[in-house]
Design a protein around this ligand. Structure first.
Ligand code: G3P
Length: 215
């Protein structure tokens, strides 16, 4: 399974990347705003130069011409750029156009299997189902990952399932069991994966015993 980090924070990206576990980065306009980024394209370039993997850069336009124009500009920044396009009618049309030009697309804001199938048929490299946001409205986000996996396998679709809006370890575990291709993780979830209280207490005992044995 590939791990992406879901942030625009360069310190977090650098720390995760230095652990050697990062396969890519996803951003969105909210994450960019959270970091107070004004030179958005310059920021994408910095991320691309740090991480050897796909970096999702989201379009702001919602009309076909605007999405295509933005997508063509974004891919000029760096080979790692993957254009993130929302699941709307003009977005689907733009995915078809850009994918035919060889642009890597991440179709975002996916909340049901039909949306995922349409994005795949249009040529998206990734679909991003938002698990946590479905949980927020009382639905089971993990069932969506399982269902998309089943449908993509039934029809031999090679679009990758990029599980997004992951809030905690249990989401990640369920994604792994359901066969998501990629999980994009907030930094705190990555930190949570590493920590276990028995690891901490076990290490403390090893170190204390070592100190004792040295007299
Ligand atoms: O990758 C999409 C993600 O950033 C959304 O997460 O927690 O805002 O639902 P969240």
């Amino acid at each position: 399974m590939k791990f992406f980090i879901d942030t625009a924070n360069l310190t977090e990206i650098s720390e995760a990347n230095n652990m050697g576990i990062l396969d890519g980065v996803t951003t969105n306009p909210s994450l960019m705003a959270k970091e107070g980024i004004s030179d958005v394209n310059g920021h994408y370039l910095k991320i691309c130069e740090m991480v050897d993997g796909d970096v999702s850069a989201e379009v702001i336009s919602t009309d076909y011409e605007g999405i295509v124009r933005e997508g063509r500009e974004l891919v000029k920044i760096h080979d790692n750029i993957t254009v993130k396009i929302p699941m709307i009618k003009d977005g689907v049309k733009a995915i078809s156009t850009l994918a035919a030009e060889g642009v890597k697309i991440n179709c975002t804001l996916i909340f049901n299997v039909a949306q995922a199938l349409i994005a795949a048929k249009a040529g998206a490299k990734y679909v991003s189902p938002f698990i946590g946001r479905l949980d927020d409205i009382g639905q089971d986000g993990m069932v969506l990952i399982e269902d998309i996996r089943q449908v993509f396998d039934n029809y031999d679709l090679d679009t990758e399932i990029l599980a997004a809006s992951i809030r905690h370890n249990q989401h990640l575990l369920a994604c792994m069991l359901a066969g998501a291709d990629v999980a994009t993780l907030p930094f705190k979830v990555i930190e949570g994966m590493i920590k276990h209280p028995l690891t901490d207490s076990g290490l403390a005992k090893f170190l204390a015993d070592h100190a004792k044995s040295k007299g």
